[in-house]
Design a binder for this molecule. Structure first.
Ligand SMILES: Cc1cc2nc3c(=O)[nH]c(=O)nc-3n(C[C@H](O)[C@H](O)[C@H](O)COP(=O)(O)OP(=O)(O)OC[C@H]3O[C@@H](n4cnc5c(N)ncnc54)[C@H](O)[C@@H]3O)c2cc1C
Length: 294
């Protein structure tokens, strides 16, 4: 756990804004289960999102839930389960590909990390389930993007800016999710293959490779793993030969362990992301350094 010299524990958007405007840069943290991925934030001031919790609104008949971003994922899932619904993550007892399943995190962390799940072939991944967000931006503005309508109106899907941004674009305070019937997510998707008796070891990785390269990548697994043949995703342990194979095939690899070399942000997307950050948070107030590139 990183050293924290000053801790803010806001319970509302306004308190998040006050913390952001008070002075210097801040780190955003939910339950910290993804601390072992990415780069350290260059600040010892922290905003904990854990006070921003609870379900705001849920229409089971419309399959839409509005939830505050500090809500633990397990709390959301157990509430949705009471009416046979879920957001499509593996269950706690079946979450071998979730490296931190013993320590479930928050809704905001889930959206910000945007990691693959074993149900992506059926549910199309986090980017598809998030219909909208509310976020506090670095200059204190409270922004809304998207809506509760599953069929969205014309315009930019600005909520996607925050998905997979690892907290660098703003502090999420609310997320609107599409919910799914639990019945669609029992057992294991057909495209999942388990190789060996694998559970995440000392240095787990998630790798994405073009599907044509997947067989080659699978052969390079050290100690077994889980392969999603539909999405080209591998969950396994680190090995140099896997890393170089994935990189040569034009894929990416996210390794547990701090530092830029473990984090798959490079290539043409980097310039676009830096330009967006410059526009939204020019003074690098929120999570500076977290992505390694800004
Ligand atoms: C049973 C189970 C199975 C799961 N399976 C999967 C799975 O297959 N794939 C998957 O991806 N996840 C899965 N999850 C979810 C995952 O474990 C965590 O919920 C989430 O990824 C991390 O949450 P956290 O609060 O620990 O994030 P943290 O480690 O606190 O934060 C992660 C990143 O997000 C940023 N962040 C956190 N909160 C906010 C916010 N409110 N606004 C802006 N930035 C923020 C942080 O700055 C950091 O960069 C599963 C959860 C459960 C309970």
């Amino acid at each position: 756990m990183p050293f924290v010299a000053e801790l803010f524990e806001p319970a509302s958007d306004e308190e998040v804004r006050d913390a952001l405007l008070s002075h210097g840069p801040v780190a955003i943290r939910g339950l910290g289960t993804k601390d072992l991925f990415g780069c350290p934030v260059e600040s010892d001031r922290e905003i904990s999102t854990l006070g921003i919790k609870g379900i705001v609104e849920w229409s089971p008949e419309d399959l839409v839930v509005v939830v505050r971003a500090g809500t633990p994922v397990t709390e959301l899932q157990s509430e949705l389960a009471s009416k046979g619904q879920c957001i499509p993550l593996p269950s706690a007892s079946d979450a071998a590909t979730e490296f931190t399943a013993g320590k479930p995190g928050t809704v905001g962390g889930l959206v910000s990390a945007n990691l693959p799940t074993r149900w992506d072939s059926v549910s199309r991944g986090v980017r598809y389930w998030v219909l909208g967000v509310r976020a506090v931006l670095a200059d204190g503005r409270i922004a809304r993007a998207g809506s509760k309508a599953v069929k969205n109106v014309a315009g930019y899907d600005s909520q996607k800016l925050f998905i997979g941004a690892w907290g660098t674009m703003g502090v999420l305070t609310e997320v609107i999710f599409r919910t799914f019937p639990i019945a669609r997510f029992s057992g294991e998707p057909e495209c999942i293959e388990r190789i060996g008796d694998w559970s995440p070891g000392r240095r787990p990785v998630i790798a994405r490779v073009p599907r044509v390269s997947l067989a080659g990548a699978s052969l390079r697994l050290n100690s077994g793993g889980v392969v999603d043949h539909s999405e080209g995703t591998l969950w396994t342990d680190y090995s140099k030969k896997l890393q170089s194979y994935v990189e040569k095939s034009g894929g990416w690899i996210l390794c547990a362990g701090m530092g830029r070399s473990n984090f798959p942000i490079h290539g043409p997307q980097t310039d676009l992301m830096c330009a967006l950050k410059q526009r939204i948070d020019p003074h690098r107030k929120i999570n500076p350094g977290r992505l390694g590139v800004f």
